[in-house]
Design a protein around this ligand. Structure first.
Ligand SMILES: NC(=O)c1ccc[n+]([C@@H]2O[C@H](COP(=O)([O-])OP(=O)(O)OC[C@H]3O[C@@H](n4cnc5c(N)ncnc54)[C@H](OP(=O)(O)O)[C@@H]3O)[C@@H](O)[C@H]2O)c1
Length: 258
């Protein structure tokens, strides 16, 4: 598609959504950002900002009116994503939206975490919406691993899940891919997107602590149940789709450099 497209990015203030908004604005497209809190920032150009809670839907009809494509990045692990997606899809259908793009997570169909089951349910809602759709599953973002380690490092002993690996991917690269998909035709479920290398949880923790010049004692813990077993089998990895380029070490070095 080469004509100017009107695109709504839900979760446009979040880590991924904010980057998607930036990519689309750079491309000269009409961009709207939706989240509970308004989109702020001094950069130009800026998206049109819609402060909407998708779980109650007030103001949603206005946000989607005249939109060609919705990129759905809004999410709350605390709950409510299925209801939010239902409202978004209903509003998109009424407004004549032609393309719904959804970002999901590698392994949502194989790892029985509550949040993953919700993501899978939303994938199914998107696919059954009667609107052209595209779903991309990505592995964990660098940003998420950094936050997890920082949280764990609040105590002197940091728990490290034994036998578990990650394949972190750069959220900026995922944003590039999502923007590309948003500007293309509905493609259904596309190839997964994983980062360039697989790291053990222990490596992730040690690299993060070193980069932050923190000393903590890593303590191996055994994640119980079906979720622990699925993670130890590597169901969160996308080793055949290791298309990301930026490594976790490069991400950490850039952070350290300000
Ligand atoms: N993080 C990862 O490692 C990873 C990996 C693969 C896929 N993903 C997926 O990528 C998406 C974005 O992740 P992220 O890490 O960028 O998340 P994030 O930084 O937490 O951003 C979430 C966004 O959703 C908005 N939001 C949350 N609840 C909302 C609601 N009820 N109504 C409207 N807006 C709402 C938030 O803004 P307000 O708080 O202002 O509403 C924020 O803009 C998610 O679907 C996630 O599952 C993430």
């Amino acid at each position: 598609m080469t004509e100017k497209t009107e695109i709504l990015v839900t979760g446009g203030t979040g880590t991924l959504g904010h980057a998607v908004v930036g990519r689309l604005l750079d491309g000269g497209h009409g961009v709207r950002s939706l989240s509970r809190h308004p989109h702020t920032g001094t950069g130009r150009p800026r998206p049109r900002s819609y402060a909407v809670d998708l779980r109650d839907g007030t103001g949603l009809a206005e946000a989607v009116a005249g939109v060609d494509t919705v990129v759905h990045c809004a999410s709350t692990p605390a709950g409510g994503d299925t209801e939010a997606a239902g409202r978004l899809i209903e509003a998109a259908r009424r407004a004549g939206v032609r393309h719904l793009v959804y970002i999901s997570i590698v392994g949502v169909d194989r790892i029985p975490l509550r949040y993953y089951r919700t993501k899978l349910a939303v994938e199914r809602l998107v696919a059954g919406a009667g609107i052209g759709w595209t779903v991309l599953r990505a592995t964990q973002f660098h940003d998420l691993l950094l936050e997890l380690v920082k949280t764990g490092a609040r105590s002197p002993v940091i728990p490290v899940p034994a036998g578990i690996r990650f394949q972190p991917v750069d959220s900026g690269e995922v944003a590039d891919r999502l923007a590309e998909l948003a500007l293309g035709r509905p493609a259904g479920r596309v190839a997964d997107m994983g980062g360039p290398e697989v790291l053990t949880a222990d490596e992730v923790v040690r690299m993060t602590l070193t980069a932050g010049r923190r000393r903590r004692l890593p303590l191996p813990v055994w994640l119980p149940g079906a979720t622990g077993a699925a993670l130890r089998r590597g169901e969160n990895l996308a080793q055949e789709d290791a298309v990301g380029r930026r490594t976790y070490a490069e991400f950490l070095a850039a952070r350290a450099g300000g």
